[in-house]
Design a binder for this molecule. Structure first.
Ligand SMILES: [Zn+2]
Length: 217
């Protein structure tokens, strides 16, 4: 006769993987699973889950305390997508706005490979007169990526940025860079500076319009 087995008999890394998958789907799945047995309960404290869970189902403005707590722990654990979300909120939400902190978080997320963070960071910086050239330098890394992998990357950055901003209650405003004398013909697809200035104006427009449409629920 086979002895009864429970989830607690599974190796720790398997329990972690199950919990991580649950967290990626919903924080409630993660919390409920963590209450089902001792094994899950102990494994749910594992830093690895918070550091590596994909957060595509999470907004930068969590409306439930459980989500907020999960994102905070993920941020502390250095989860790049959590750093990105917190950075977006600090830069572009009027409530608790802290642009310096937001830039630092976006920078960390960018260095950990979150391309959308590089995009938002660069555009935020070129809209800050004293840091405009830092911004173009950051965005030049996206130029390189786009030239190798195509402009779908740029479309993805716009899409993810717009999705984050759609969840922000009251957005801040951006002041797009003034026109610097550029030797190019005014064609954004051929000049990096003009293209990123165009993107900054576009993002400023998204932020502006966000405050005139109802919050997405
Ligand atoms: Zn130009």
């Amino acid at each position: 006769m086979t002895a009864e087995r429970s989830f607690s008999d599974l190796p720790g890394d398997v329990l972690s993987k199950i919990l991580k998958n649950a967290a990626e789907n919903s924080v409630y799945d993660f919390l409920h699973l963590g209450q089902t047995c001792k094994g899950f309960c102990e494994t749910a404290r594992n830093e690895y889950i918070f550091a590596t869970a994909s957060l595509h189902n999470y907004s930068c403005m969590p409306r439930r305390i459980e989500m907020e707590k999960f994102l905070k722990r993920a941020c502390i654990a250095g989860n790049p997508q959590a750093l990105y979300r917190e950075g977006m909120a600090k830069c572009f939400c009027v409530v608790n706005r802290d642009v310096d902190r937001g830039i630092q978080l976006l920078w960390e997320a960018s260095e950990r490979g979150v391309i959308e963070a590089t995009y938002a960071l660069g555009l935020q910086l070129i809209c800050m007169e004293p840091r405009i050239w830092d911004g173009y330098r950051v965005l030049s890394t996206l130029d390189t990526i786009c030239s190798k992998e195509g402009f779908d990357i740029l479309m993805r950055c716009r899409h993810v940025t717009n999705r984050m901003i759609a969840d922000i209650w009251i957005t801040s405003r951006l002041e797009p860079p003034k026109r610097y004398s550029c030797s190019c013909v005014d064609n954004p697809s051929w000049c990096s500076y003009c293209m990123w200035n165009y993107e900054a104006r576009s993002l400023a427009g998204v932020l502006e319009r966000r405050n005139h449409v109802p919050l997405r629920m």
